[in-house]
Design a protein around this ligand. Sequence first.
Ligand code: B12
Length: 179
Amino acid sequence: MEPQIIIEEHLIKGINVVGELYDKKKYFLPQLIAGANAMEIGMKLIEPLLTGDGNEAKAKIVIATVEGDIHDIGKNLVALMLKNYGFEVIDLGKDVPAETIIDKAVEVDADIIGLSALMTTTMMRMDDVVKLAKEKGCRAQIIIGGACINESFKDEIHADGYSADAADAVKLVQRLLKI
Ligand code: B12
């Protein structure tokens, strides 16, 4: 089976089932954490098997989960896919303050900033990053994603792009950078 299929058809579908059972109060935090850990272990095994075509120009992408949010499975997946397509990805991790993200983007002269948020309580932290980028004259285009994010939220906070999944994130970056 192709590694990409294992991720899309099995790991992501699996964690979504865990999420649905959690919503229905059939699963609780321990099961949620066990599911997330299983997904991470699976991803570590699959990572070396993924191969991009390696033909893309090396653009720099700073990626992070916003402050107050510790969900990083989706962000890690997006980072992995982008690396796999030859982009230089600087992953700042999770629960990252806006200042840290913008300072790093300015320091490395990033082309793109990728932001992830999974909670309605943390999605507004993306707005902070967009505003701070303008204030500090950061030239990077900002793309956003996460289960609670959509195209209209992207427009509302004046981010440059939104994608619903990791495969589309690659296409989005290629489109924004015109490559
Ligand atoms: C796994 C999980 C956890 C794990 C996280 C482990 C980890 N290392 O990430 C643990 C158990 C730690 C956890 C904790 C909590 N969680 Co939680 N969690 C989930 C769950 C079940 C799945 C999330 C996930 O990983 N999905 C799989 C990935 C692959 O999908 P994804 O993140 O959406 O990413 C894809 C796209 O969105 C997109 N994408 C993502 N990021 C980006 C970034 C860019 C730039 C782009 C372009 C695209 C992109 O591409 C990705 C790949 O295709 C969701 C339920 C759900 N169905 O979403 C709840 C959920 C997100 N959690 C929730 C909550 C409330 C919490 C807690 C507050 C629970 C608690 N009471 O403590 C804490 C959070 C504490 C905090 N401060 O952050 C709520 C949020 C509700 C809301 N709307 O605000 C959810 C929706 C569950 C629910 N229905 O209540 N959680």
